[in-house]
Ligand binder design. Structure first.
Ligand code: ADP
Length: 570
């Protein structure tokens, strides 16, 4: 199979099986067989299960053709003793020592297996409040987050990848101002992404300039007031300064909570795309859209039949993962199987647009994104209904808010993941993000430079006889081709990069995909270095108006050590 050099390096480092001395003893092809066999084997758990051998071939085929890939833990652990296959977990943190340190232990077990954890710290009593049993004073959510952070740091040495966490605090927690600033020093709480949990009431108060109440989670009493507009500005300022905190809209997550009887959704996974109830986990998978195109004369267009077939096989795959998964703790096993959530998404969206010659920042692209995701969501749902007809619905279906005339196997079907590693393996642009840069200069050990050029751009320039190394170096230096005049206008119009796209268009694309995604969309809105706090505030308000579930922004050059790839977690 055709796998790139970068993909080979990534897979060898963490995914392929090694012996005791650290020698790789598995090929990429064997890895895909291991995964396909393990996931298809769950057919044997059902009396009316399909032929596991044949199904394994179907799964193997779509993975080796790089049409669909499951999230990293599935590739790493399927068919092995560890057998933990999910990327996303949310753990409860209640207001007691037992609960706090239990969560730290559980997170350690999850990180060891390559999963990421999200926590809401909103239930912890605020700093300075009384501890009944000792008469001492509580140290508050932020000090405990530091303990979670240190534990994550220690575990990452031995785990399959460095651990990642999401930390959420509700806007009405009395320690909210400290939380907003807790990552202003880039060197603290480094294993966390943080987000403020906003409510609709808060957004309205901010608009009007009203005060809002701070509530002590321990006593449930109102213990103070803050001006909503001022706090909103503070969040904006912090995000403008270095990209943190992000925001999530809690009421919206709970409007899509399919089983409100089980409690509220208070947190998401580390990159924000997967809201979950405490102890739920979710496995993700992504379809590589560049492989879903077909030629129509000279131009490319979506092959809707192929999309349909791939979505159906992918949903089958992800539902099977739930059964063969070896969960790190009992509660997660139980809770996950109550709702059987899966998160099917896409990658290679920006590359596909380039192939179709549609600028990312155009109405056409936004409309096509919406149409595509609607189709994926509908076909995914149909497949989930088909499986339900054979194997039953998820156990909480009757008490869920889903329409009762169409029994479903999975509580949720779709999620747009960042695909940080998957997109390297599949060699395509990540998730629904635009292209960050078309050309990178990589320094190799002996001092030589190697050019890495986006393959769609390279092909187009070569076809027109315009390709040269000198030109590529110029693109790498300028970071965009928008102002390079020797490149024809029609190419410059289509081959836009993250910074050529206005923040409003970033959000419009996120909203287009969100409209037909059950869970959420991982997306970073890129701002130029010169952007103002006002610009950031406008984007937050637009995201709220357009129905997004959260926002992550990044202003160019605003962190000391800037990572070039879009993912915040490596
Ligand atoms: P991948 O491409 O490796 O499958 P993604 O970049 O799509 O992963 O991330 C999906 C989710 O996987 C994240 O939101 C997070 O829950 C989890 N995750 C990603 N990177 C890490 C990491 N280094 N450690 C733990 N979990 C991670």
């Amino acid at each position: 199979m055709g796998i790139s050099k970068n993909a080979q390096v990534v897979l060898e480092r963490r995914y392929l099986i090694k012996d005791k001395d650290g020698n790789t003893i598995e090929t990429v092809d064997e890895m895909f067989h291991r995964v396909a066999d393990a996931i298809a084997s769950s057919e044997k758990m059902y009396e009316n299960g399909e032929d596991a051998g044949k199904l394994a071939e179907v799964f193997y085929d779509m993975m080796t053709k790089l049409e669909f890939l499951p999230n990293s833990p599935t590739l790493m652990n399927a068919g092995k003793d560890l057998g933990q296959l999910s990327a996303c977990f949310v753990l409860p943190v209640d207001d007691s020592m037992e609960s706090i340190f239990e969560a730290i232990k559980q997170a350690a077990l999850i990180h060891k297996s390559g999963g990421g954890t999200g926590f809401s710290f909103s239930r912890l009593r605020c700093e300075g409040s009384v501890v009944n049993s000792t008469g001492g004073v509580a140290s508050g959510p932020i000090s405990f987050m530091k303990v979670f952070n240190v534990a994550t740091e220690a575990v990452k040495q031995g785990g399959s990848r460095r651990g990642a966490n999401m930390g959420i605090l509700r806007i009405d927690h009395p320690d909210i101002l400290k939380f907003i600033d807790c990552k202003s020093n880039n060197k603290e709480i480094t294993n966390f992404n943080i987000s403020v949990g906003l409510t609709e009431a808060f957004m309205k108060a901010a608009e009007k300039g009203d005060d809002y109440d701070l509530v002590d989670p321990h006593t449930k009493e109102t213990v103070g007031k803050l001006n909503a507009a001022k706090v909103f500005d503070k969040i904006v300022e912090a995000a403008w300064r270095n990209g943190e905190p992000g925001i999530i809209f809690l009421d919206r997550l709970n409007r899509d909570n399919i089983v409100p009887s089980q409690g509220e959704i208070e947190s998401t996974n580390p990159c924000g795309e997967q809201p979950l109830l405490p102890y739920e986990s979710c496995n993700l998978g992504s379809i590589n859209l560049t492989k879903m195109l077909k030629k129509n004369g000279e131009s490319w267009e979506f092959d809707w039949k192929k999309v349909e077939k791939t979505v159906k096989n992918a949903v089958h795959f992800l539902d099977n993962v739930i059964d063969v998964n070896k969960y790190p703790i009992e509660e997660i096993d139980f809770t996950t199987k109550q709702t059987r959530k899966i998160g099917l998404g896409v990658m290679g969206w920006a590359d596909s647009l380039l192939m179709m010659k549609i600028p990312y920042n155009s109405t056409e692209a936004i409309e096509l994104g919406e149409r595509l995701m609607k189709f994926i969501n509908e076909v995914g749902r149909e497949k989930s209904q088909e499986i339900a007809a054979k194997r039953g619905t998820f156990p909480l279906f009757e008490e869920s808010i889903l329409p009762k005339d169409k029994p479903q196997r999975n509580g949720t079907i779709t999620t747009i993941a960042p695909t940080g590693t998957l997109s390297i393996i599949a060699e395509c642009s990540s998730g629904v993000e635009p292209i960050f840069g078309y050309v990178f200069v990589r320094n190799i050990m002996d001092g030589t430079e190697m050019l890495e050029v986006n393959s769609v751009l390279k092909e187009e320039l070569e076809r027109r006889g315009l390709y040269s190394e000198a030109l590529m170096k110029r693109i790498a230096k300028e970071g965009s081709i928008a102002h390079i005049e020797e490149i024809p206008e029609d190419i410059r119009r289509v081959f836009v990069s993250s910074h050529d796209i206005s923040p409003e268009d970033h959000i419009r694309m996120q909203a287009a995909f969100q409209k037909y995604t059950d869970n959420a969309v991982s997306k970073t809105v890129n701002f130029s270095h010169a952007a103002t706090e006002e610009d950031v505030a406008e984007v937050y308000k637009l995201a709220f108006r357009l129905g997004c579930k959260g926002v992550t922004i990044y202003r160019d050059g605003s962190r000391d050590e800037q990572v070039l790839n879009i993912g915040k977690v490596n």
